[in-house]
Design a protein around this ligand. Structure first.
Ligand SMILES: CC(C)(COP(=O)(O)OP(=O)(O)OC[C@H]1O[C@@H](n2cnc3c(N)ncnc32)[C@H](O)[C@@H]1OP(=O)(O)O)[C@@H](O)C(=O)NCCC(=O)NCCS
Length: 153
């Protein structure tokens, strides 16, 4: 199915939540929240949830949400991309790249210099394709790793 013409738009949390719960994190026991307190290059800061607001991005095909992502600042200069998911029927066409780009643009517009993420290793190819670099910091998890990319020249 051709998707070249599809572009990301801002969507509501209520729209992204079912995609996250049913497709991205179906096994998750902890509650799914609109943002995370994780920081880069490591650590947790509860202040993130208080200080910043998340944005949610989606790509629709014939009215149906087929790909999503979100992002939020985790410090004044760091922006996290979180919750990237593309419907299997629409993979391998660059939709993830468009959604990472949407997050990077949003991050830059909010003053971030760096964008980071914590993808599963199984999805790392998409992040490296976008120009992310894998961080040297060892993650707590074996399945995920930190990646980062400068988003402002
Ligand atoms: C990881 C995931 C988001 C990738 O989605 P995607 O849309 O297929 O990814 P991309 O946009 O990076 O495209 C992937 C491939 O399409 C190719 N492609 C085809 N047309 C393209 C275009 N117009 N522009 C860019 N890439 C294109 C790319 O070359 C790439 O192939 P390659 O790795 O062989 O170079 C998707 O597999 C997914 O949802 N997985 C499950 C959830 C998950 O792991 N999410 C990650 C967060 S943990």
């Amino acid at each position: 199915m051709k998707t070249d013409f599809l572009t990301p738009e801002l969507i509501a949390y209520e729209e992204i939540f079912p995609v996250w719960r049913n497709h991205l994190w179906p096994e998750r026991q902890d509650p799914i929240e609109s943002m995370s307190a994780m920081t880069f290059p490591s650590g947790i800061d509860a202040g993130v949830m208080r200080l910043y607001k998340p944005s949610f991005f989606g790509i629709r095909h014939q009215g149906k949400l087929i790909a999503v992502n979100s992002g939020h600042l985790t410090s004044k200069f760091d922006y996290r991309s979180r919750g990237l998911y593309v419907d299997p029927e629409f993979r391998n066409q660059g939709l993830a790249q468009k959604l990472l780009d949407a997050a990077a643009r949003q991050g830059a517009s909010e003053g971030a210099i760096l964008m980071w993420s914590y993808p599963r290793r199984s999805a790392l190819f998409s992040y490296l394709n976008f120009g992310f670099l894998e961080s040297d910091i060892s993650p707590e998890s074996e399945t995920n790793c930190y990646v980062w990319k400068r988003i402002v020249r």
